[in-house]
Ligand binder design. Structure first.
Ligand code: F6R
Length: 359
């Protein structure tokens, strides 16, 4: 099934441009109209606040979803880790609407929250890759990711599919709410640009293998930094690296580094900075200067229009709300190559299961 690929993880990283196109095919008709169940949209329209609930990588896709829903639909949005929500639910707004993000549709922590909100009588949407999964059956509405089976334990294409589908849903919902930036956001065109950009990145794999060998193959720890939407991606990038390579790694808001974590920076500590937003680029670069001065091995991942001499990884330019779909790809590949260079089975990391059905 993995054909010419040595591992599913690499196959699934490579499939991401196709996953973007498949989402456009499933959700956007030829005349550009977005096709989403009217009763779902009617239900969302009643909401005064969205609550995204998820675990792990899906939670990280939810963090990006918050940016998309708030900017494109002007609806306040909270993102919650399912295992926390279950025991420490937030104070809910008058008209909450719940969105469950779950690749497998079986995660016990998320199921527990859904049972609770069903008891309370609220409507919900599950965004999942698995038709007829438990969370799909138990929610009021379902949207499918159409990403094809994800076999590698570390999630890659499900993350980007979740973000792309959130963008499609936010566009449609924002249009209905008459939000100007949603009306002018041509999501099919922008996701096509993303698919092309992803293709460029996966075609340049060799470069990431080299960077992994130089910076990550033997390190004890590593840090990913970014601000705003780049911070969201930094957290997912860190999870990818730690789960397949066992390197101790965290994603930080770059401005927060100096409030403690910078104490861990030593000669050669890898610090990977994600820089895709004009309003934060300068500030994140000043944080990379701070760690450089303490000996860090800095790797910059920057959008082309913000790139500077010496940046190691350049991302094709896409719509500013969709940069996570590109910036995560080199991070997935860095994690993949680091795992191989350390001699691990990248598809089956120790201690992890593909779907976590215990609380
Ligand atoms: C990370 C990973 C896990 C899952 C998490 C939630 O690569 O795969 O963090 O994202 O267990 O799983 P789903 O999305 O199936 O609910």
């Amino acid at each position: 099934e993995k054909g010419a690929y040595p591992y599913y993880m690499l196959k699934e990283i490579d499939e991401q441009p196709g996953v973007m196109r498949s989402l456009i095919e499933h959700y956007v008709s030829d005349d550009g109209t977005i096709v989403i169940d009217q009763s779902l949209l009617d239900s969302m329209k009643q909401a005064d606040r969205l609550y995204i609930v998820a675990a792990g990588t899906s939670y990280h896709a939810g963090l990006v979803g918050k940016e998309l829903f708030e900017r494109l639909t002007q609806t306040p949005t909270e993102v919650h880790v399912a295992s926390e929500f279950g025991y420490n639910p937030p104070l809910l707004s008058k008209k909450p609407f719940f969105i469950f993000l779950t690749q497998s549709g079986e995660t016990a922590d998320s199921r527990q929250v859904l049972s609770q909100i069903n008891e309370w009588g609220y409507e919900s949407l599950t965004i999942t890759n698995v038709e007829n999964s438990t969370l799909s059956r138990e929610a009021t509405f379902t949207l499918l990711l159409y990403a094809g089976p994800e076999i590698a334990v570390a999630s890659t294409k499900a993350y980007t599919a979740q973000i792309a589908l959130e963008a499609i849903l936010a566009k449609k919902f924002g249009e209905i709410k008459q939000v100007a930036i949603a009306k002018s956001f041509d999501v099919a065109h922008e996701l096509t640009m993303v698919a092309n950009g992803m293709q460029e990145l996966v075609d340049e794999k060799g470069q990431y293998e080299q960077i992994a060998a130089n910076a990550l193959a033997t390190t004890r720890n590593a840090f990913y930094i970014g601000r705003a939407i780049d911070y969201d991606v930094a957290q997912e990038a860190a999870l990818k690296l730690k789960e397949v390579s066992y390197v101790q790694t965290e994603g930080f808001a770059s401005g927060e580094l100096k409030h403690g974590t910078i104490a861990l920076i030593e000669e050669g500590t890898p610090v990977i900075a994600i820089i895709t937003e004009e309003k934060t680029a300068k500030h994140t670069r000043s944080n990379t200067q701070e760690v450089l001065a303490r000996g860090a091995n800095v790797i910059n991942i920057a959008s082309r229009y913000l790139s500077e001499d010496g940046d190691q990884i350049i991302l094709p330019d896409v719509h500013p709300l969709l940069t996570p779909l590109l910036s995560i790809v080199p991070c997935q590949l860095l994690a993949y190559y680091t795992s191989l260079q350390r001699g691990y089975d990248v598809d089956k990391p120790r201690n992890l299961a593909k779907s976590v059905t215990v609380e």
